[in-house]
Design a protein around this ligand. Structure first.
Ligand code: NAD
Length: 438
């Protein structure tokens, strides 16, 4: 099939590349000229494990091409995917200007039947808005489909190639047939394609993200209670996770959820509820708890230094909002670095992939280390903000020698508190007791 993907970010590039891998002819369009030039030269603008091999192969075999020319890109397309940003607007609702802006251009440009598929995360009712935006200028038949994306950054290729489910929202039989054909190679192992109306499909995506954000937040509250009661959140997690009504995943306590999806999607869903006159109290609490959760580790460090970190060197491990991505949108680390800079601390950071993106924000206000150890040389404290695998089993002896003061504040519960105490570290984590060091 001939496919065009509009918007070549984390979702669009993975979508385009994976469809090309299945033998489709894919054109990816983006307005960012630099990004497009880089991709035309075979360079991937994002870090996403396993994407490189597919990307190179499909470019080489001529199935994946990049352009800034929307008109030329959509001409041969049977299916046009919109993978455009839907950032939070000033009031927290999803900003639809990218999606609707492109939709109205499509209306002018389309000269034969096409299926326009919305992959962006958009509020209930957007498919109708996209339909109207196209209709205003369009002379040919078309269908609008909601097809939310559930991939996770860091596992995007795997998630796209073997989705747990594919959700397709449209009442059009013609579009359903085309979408089923397109996704058939991805569900050969029997995973379902759920056909539904566009409104339910749009809400499915928000419900999934809001539920996961709630699960994390609930566990963070349990962790806070563990600290106060002498319990250990790791034990509680294992205890409840083995109940398959609850499940083991998304139960890790930490410094709050971040990223390009959960914060904005929870906010947008709350806003939708508001617009429909429904007071979604659970979501309001989730947002409040998450905002305070990221300050907990800051407060712990401040207390440890008697509320004075002026001139103290804090090494920060991990900047991305989670491991295996270079995405730093709404990453707790950024918030914490800003707070420590305001308090007068000196910050040295290391992240395996996200440092170039962070440099664009903090510039020379912080220093960027070549590896984890350089970040903590002569440091007064180490703060762990992202659970990259490389931080899980460091050489503690080397850390002891490098740090000026052996204090570790672990926002991701990577180490065993009793082992850390034995090694002579002051070690604080989330939802677990701080033990006296040897
Ligand atoms: P992104 O910011 O990484 O990518 C968006 C791309 O669209 C950018 O390359 C940008 O240059 C391009 N763009 C902007 N305006 C354009 C225009 N007029 N024409 C062509 N290109 C244009 O965003 P993303 O993370 O890929 O997210 C896209 C959508 O998918 C969002 O709605 C998001 O909520 C949703 N989503 C994201 C994820 C994720 O993990 N990132 C997962 C599921 C769903």
């Amino acid at each position: 099939m001939n496919i065009t993907v509009v918007g070549t970010g984390y979702v669009g590039l993975v979508t385009g590349t994976c469809f090309a891998e299945m033998g489709n002819q894919v054109i990816c369009v983006d307005i960012d000229q630099k990004k497009v030039e880089a991709m035309q030269q075979g360079r991937i603008p994002i870090y996403e494990p396993h994407l490189d091999v597919l990307f190179e192969r499909n470019i080489k075999q001529g199935r994946l091409i990049f352009t800034t020319d929307l008109a030329a890109a959509i001409k041969p397309a049977q299916v046009i995917f919109l993978a455009l940003p839907t950032p939070p607007g000033e009031d927290g609702s999803a900003d639809l200007s990218y999606v609707l802006g492109v939709a109205s251009k499509l209306g002018q440009l389309m000269d034969s039947y096409k299926v326009v598929v919305n992959k962006s995360t958009v509020p209930v009712g957007t498919a109708e808005k996209v339909h109207h935006a196209i209709a205003a200028n369009c002379k040919v038949e078309y269908d609008v489909v909601s097809n939310p994306e559930f991939l996770r950054e860091g596992f995007a290729v795997d998630d796209f190639m073997k989705p747990d489910r594919v959700v397709i929202g449209t009442e059009s039989e013609r579009a359903r047939k085309i979408m089923s054909e397109l996704y058939a190679p991805f569900v050969r192992q029997g995973n379902p394609i759920y056909m539904m109306d566009a409104r339910s499909s749009e809400l499915t995506k928000y419900a999934a993200n809001a539920f996961l954000a709630t699960k994390i937040t609930f566990m963070n509250e349990i962790a806070n209670l563990c600290e106060r009661t002498g319990a250990n959140v790791d034990m509680v997690r294992i205890g409840i996770g083995s109940d398959d009504r609850i499940g083991k995943r998304f139960l890790f306590a930490g410094i709050g959820y971040g990223g390009s999806c959960f914060p904005k999607d929870v906010q947008a869903l709350a806003k939708t509820a508001d617009e429909y006159g429904y007071d979604f109290r659970v979501l309001d609490s989730v947002m409040k708890v998450n905002a305070t959760q990221r300050t907990i580790i800051f407060d712990k460090i401040m207390r440890y230094f008697n509320h004075d970190v002026k001139g103290k060197k804090i090494g920060v491990w991990g900047l991305a909002f989670k491991p295996d991505t270079d995405d730093i949108r709404e990453a707790p680390a950024l918030f914490l670095i800003e707070k420590f800079l305001e308090a007068g601390a000196v910050i040295s950071v290391f992240d395996p992939e996200a440092m170039p993106n962070v440099k664009k924000i903090f510039g020379e206000r912080i220093s960027y280390a070549q590896d984890s150890y350089e970040a903590i040389a002569q440091a007064d404290a180490l703060l762990i903000a992202t659970e990259w695998a490389v931080f899980r089993t460091p050489e503690f002896e080397r850390i002891s020698k490098l740090m000026k003061n052996k204090a570790i504040f672990d926002g991701r519960n990577l180490y065993d508190p009793s082992k850390m105490a034995q090694l002579g570290f002051h070690y604080e984590s989330i939802g677990r007791q701080t033990l006296k060091n040897a």
